[in-house]
Design a protein around this ligand. Structure first.
Ligand SMILES: NC(=O)c1ccc[n+]([C@@H]2O[C@H](COP(=O)([O-])OP(=O)(O)OC[C@H]3O[C@@H](n4cnc5c(N)ncnc54)[C@H](OP(=O)(O)O)[C@@H]3O)[C@@H](O)[C@H]2O)c1
Length: 340
């Protein structure tokens, strides 16, 4: 099968590899559409590791391990591949664990489904496992102001979708070029608002203060975690408030010790948060079916696997705005699926 190796740069190489075999609790999925994430270029560059760094899978079940009971060959599924392990999504076939795989409703396209797994799970973990905000099935009964910094990013936008479902308002959303997309996710009648980061740090801080109208801010989801984001947040966050961040491997020294600080680390879906991930992925499938949950706006990159290098470069250059780059594997030159 065609398989992609992402080298630092990002430089992408397409090689031929054997189709993987599933472990007892795993599935092999014939990838129809693969999604991308910023870490796909970051990991090879920071850790000097060349690998298939794709983790978002949408496709058709090819084979299942002996313990798999929820899925069978031929099922339409999406899955979050375990980061840093073989069998990534930038290939004709990829590996996933049963608990991080979910059925795709009939009306959901593979393109939409491929935008979901990693980013939506990060959002769920940040909001509900780290900040411990109300679950969408036990919605908030009174106002809970929440700042979502980077609301048009994939992670930020999914956080807004879960927060709205959990009746968490007012949502004070920091966004720029993607503000018009954020507008479709918020409810101004419940006090939600957008603050434009392009007007500078002082304007962000005063914009958040104005939106709070004197209310205490106890929760912030920082889906940017750089470029001054958390430095701005802590100027408005209660000294005993809670902030969840997305970038690992750095110290957030400016955040006061009295503030509860956490990392929305999606890798925990294959670690401490296995049960959480199992439940939330199935809940997402239900949300897609019922229509209250949606993917991030997909942009199909020409060339299938051959388009990955340009897409990762765009992510590195900060060109992605309210968009998720996805790849149709059948568009790849020489891919077997293209000739079927
Ligand atoms: N810890 C984890 O497990 C984990 C998991 C997933 C992602 N991450 C990290 O989380 C970050 C977001 O990932 P993603 O996939 O959501 O990225 P993304 O969708 O590619 O992010 C692009 C968005 O970032 C927004 N943005 C850029 N600078 C901003 C600023 N200064 N203030 C507000 N918004 C800003 C842009 O907003 P506008 O277009 O509105 O200008 C754009 O829509 C990345 O650094 C990623 O590596 C970490």
């Amino acid at each position: 099968m065609k398989d992609v190796i992402v080298h630092p740069g990002p430089q992408v190489e397409i090689i031929d590899s054997p189709i993987p075999h599933p472990g007892a609790d795993q599935l092999v999925i014939k990838v129809v559409v693969s999604g991308s994430n910023p870490k796909d270029w970051k990991a090879p560059e920071w850790w000097k590791i060349s690998a298939n760094s794709g983790d978002d899978i949408a496709g058709i079940v090819h084979s299942v391990g002996e313990n798999v009971f929820e899925f069978k060959p031929g099922d339409r599924v999406a899955a979050f591949h375990e980061m840093g392990t073989p069998g990534g999504s930038y290939a004709e076939y990829a590996l996933a664990w049963q608990h991080t795989t979910f059925h795709i409703p009939k009306k959901t396209t593979f393109e939409e489904a491929a935008t979901l797994p990693l980013a939506a799970m990060t959002a769920a973990i940040g909001l509900h496992a780290r900040l411990r905000l109300p679950e969408p099935w036990l919605p908030a009964a009174s106002p809970i102001p929440l700042v979502v910094y980077g609301g048009s990013s994939a992670v930020g936008a999914f956080a807004l979708k879960f927060a709205a479902r959990a009746n968490i308002h007012p949502l004070i959303v920091v966004a720029g070029n993607g503000a018009s997309y954020v507008e479709t996710l918020i409810d101004r009648s419940k006090g939600d608002t957008i603050v434009d980061y392009r007007e500078g740090n002082d304007a962000v801080v005063s914009g958040i203060k104005d939106a709070l109208k004197g209310a205490k801010l106890s929760y912030a989801f920082d889906a940017v975690s750089e470029k001054g984001s958390y430095q701005n947040i802590i100027q408005v966050l209660d000294p005993h408030g809670n902030i969840t961040l997305v970038l690992s491997g750095k110290e957030y020294k400016e955040i006061p010790k009295t503030v509860a600080q956490s990392l929305a680390n999606v890798g925990s879906a294959h670690g401490d948060n296995k049960d959480f991930a199992y439940i939330y992925f199935r809940y997402m499938a239900r949300g897609l079916h019922e229509g209250w949950f949606k993917g991030h706006p997909p942009e199909v990159v020409p060339g299938g696997l051959g388009g990955i290098q340009q897409a990762l470069k765009n992510l590195k250059d900060g060109k992605a705005s309210a968009v998720k780059y996805v790849f149709r594997i059948a568009d790849t030159e020489g891919a077997k699926s293209a000739s079927l």
